[in-house]
Ligand binder design. Structure first.
Ligand code: BTN
Length: 280
């Protein structure tokens, strides 16, 4: 009898035999335990690892979330992965990186696991309002004009409620919790890589209208009232209207009957890096 899906360990050959990619995941480093796959990928990038090189781990001891947060990374349950991109377009269009990655993740998960997901701009994957995955992009300049980007993503796959720390239990979920099924992570990782490369190619070839259309269709932030915590410590409230051609979130700070406090800002604000909360 084959092992149950949750007992199957990550294996490089099991991922790679399912790949249809040109470069993504063709060089794949798998660790049983590592501080952070993003840090490992940045180190590999610094010694000129090939475009598409990927790092996977069964467990992270210092998994990083956005805005200096910690990413809970217990062993053998989830996907912790980072990929190296040495591309020209991404260095010109950094705002698209988390967005197209989120799109690829949500397509792969929805199709392979039959779970309905929503994307919260810029980097959150939500299921019934709870976080099921996230994306962390980091970059390092190699002293030449192409910037090396590392795109890291985490997906909560086979964890039960008890596998989450107390403080996350009410705000995070996993594919298992949503479906009562367990999933083979090798299949999901390969599916994500195959879709990621297609979306990265779309960015590389400048297909921004196509990307924007797909992203706006999948993005649950649009049309909602939001509170945006900006990098300078200020907050803005408004209605999320659209995503611009460069991936920025466009917020209207005016509402017909109940104007939001605009703090002297123009009524349409473009947000490029921030934490967004859905208000309703
Ligand atoms: C977030 O939503 O805050 C982003 C979470 C990103 C987590 C992933 S897990 C793999 C990769 N390595 C890290 O240290 N972080 C990212």
């Amino acid at each position: 009898m084959p092992p149950a899906a949750h007992a199957i360990r990550l294996q490089t050959d099991d991922v790679q035999r399912r790949l249809t990619t040109r470069s993504l995941g063709r060089s794949l480093h798998l660790f049983d335990e590592i501080a952070s796959t993003n840090d490992a990928a940045l180190t590999l990038a610094s010694v000129k690892a090939a475009d598409g090189t990927a790092v996977l781990a069964e467990r992270q001891t210092a998994g990083k979330g956005r805005l200096g947060r910690r990413w809970d990374s217990p062993p053998h349950l989830n996907i912790y992965c980072s990929v190296i991109l040495n591309t020209f377009q991404f260095s010109r269009n950094p705002s698209w990186m988390p967005l197209v990655t989120g799109l690829a993740l949500s397509e792969a998960i929805q199709e392979s696991c039959a779970v309905r997901l929503a994307l919260k701009w810029p980097n959150d994957l939500l299921c019934r309002g709870k976080k099921i995955g996230g994306v962390l992009c980091e970059s390092s300049s190699q002293g030449h004009e192409n910037l090396t980007c590392v795109v890291g993503f985490g997906i909560n796959v086979n964890g039960r409620g008890k596998d989450f720390p107390d403080e996350l239990r009410s705000i995070a979920t996993s594919l298992h919790q949503e479906t009562q099924k367990f999933f083979d992570r090798n299949i999901l990782v390969a599916d994500v890589f195959n879709r990621l490369e297609n979306w990265y190619d779309a960015v590389e070839s400048g297909q921004f209208e196509r990307i924007r259309k797909s992203y706006t269709e999948a993005c649950a932030t649009l049309g909602r009232d939001v509170q945006v915590s900006c990098m300078d410590g200020t907050t803005i409230q408004g209605t999320a209207l659209d995503v611009g051609r460069d991936g920025a979130l466009l917020i209207s700070t005016e509402r017909r009957n109940r104007p939001f406090a605009t703090q002297g800002r123009p009524s349409i604000v473009e947000i490029r890096a921030a934490d967004v909360q859905h208000l309703r």
